[in-house]
Design a protein around this ligand. Structure first.
Ligand code: B12
Length: 210
């Protein structure tokens, strides 16, 4: 089995203690961080989702797989984040209210950080008020993640709250997450959507004109 396959298997089995040294080994073997991320880690989480859908995995298995993935991301972070010098803009990022999915949002935060954005990571289960407080603190971009069809509407609620606070004109709203589409993004009045973390960086730069 190749080291990438070993990482993939270990993430699915939730073995963080195996994943971390294997990721280090892969880096030492000269495998690119992006390849490890996509071909082993993200691929593994897709499989975990499928196993959950098939009734073979339950929440605890999903959770330990997610922990293994997060541990691996910490190892990859220095490679994925090549610090920009001047901050190109300030982003308040979070997973919307009611939603506890953290990984995709953190990955987007890491890539934006690597592209030189200043990141305010609000975590998960973030209320509209928290996003609004960061706009008042100077965030130009609000980046929202949702992984559940039931929490996607909270993106719209947040956009509406930003409007009600009179801050919509000065804020760029970027949305994403597995169930979110470009069509949904425009339907709820977001400024942009991106399907993955690198596209999120391109979109954020394009929207700020930097
Ligand atoms: C891990 C996981 C969990 C973990 C999360 C742990 C953690 N720390 O994050 C735990 C166990 C907590 C969990 C819980 C639940 N989960 Co869950 N989970 C997953 C799983 C397997 C992987 C998600 C993941 O991390 N993917 C990897 C990352 C890298 O991908 P990503 O998040 O999509 O992010 C990428 C893009 O979407 C994009 N992106 C993400 N955010 C943003 C933001 C912006 C601004 C932009 C531009 C782009 C962007 O860029 C990212 C990088 O490329 C998915 C399956 C799946 N295929 O998505 C189910 C899944 C999302 N979960 C699901 C469900 C049902 C649940 C629960 C309701 C289960 C339950 N019965 O309790 C709970 C809900 C808890 C809650 N209130 O949030 C369903 C959702 C179904 C639906 N249609 O809504 C899924 C799809 C599984 C399934 N196939 O049924 N889950």
């Amino acid at each position: 089995m190749s080291v990438l396959q070993e990482i993939r298997e270990a993430v699915i089995e939730g073995q963080a203690k195996v994943v971390v040294p294997k990721v280090e080994q892969a880096l030492q073997e000269g495998i690119d961080a992006n390849t490890i991320l996509h071909d082993a880690l993200i691929d593994a989480m897709g499989e975990v989702g499928q196993l959950f859908e098939d009734g073979e995995f339950f929440v605890p298995e999903m959770l330990i797989a997610a922990r293994a993935m997060s541990a691996a991301l910490e190892v990859l972070k220095p490679q994925l984040v090549e610090q920009g010098i001047e901050p190109v803009g300030k982003v308040a990022i979070g997973t919307v209210k009611g939603d506890l999915h953290d990984i995709g949002k953190s990955l987007v935060a890491m890539m934006l950080e690597g592209a030189g954005f200043e990141i305010i990571n609000l975590g998960v289960d973030v209320s509209p008020e928290k996003f609004i407080a960061e706009i008042k603190n100077g965030a130009q971009i609000v980046a929202m993640s949702a992984l559940l069809t039931t929490t996607m509407p909270n993106m719209k609620l947040t956009i509406d709250a930003i409007k009600d606070a009179g801050l919509r004109d000065q804020t760029v709203v970027l949305v994403g997450g597995a169930p979110v589409t470009a069509a949904y993004a425009s339907e709820i009045g977001a400024d942009g959507y991106a399907p993955d973390a690198s596209a999120a960086v391109r979109k954020a730069k394009e929207l700020l004109g930097v």
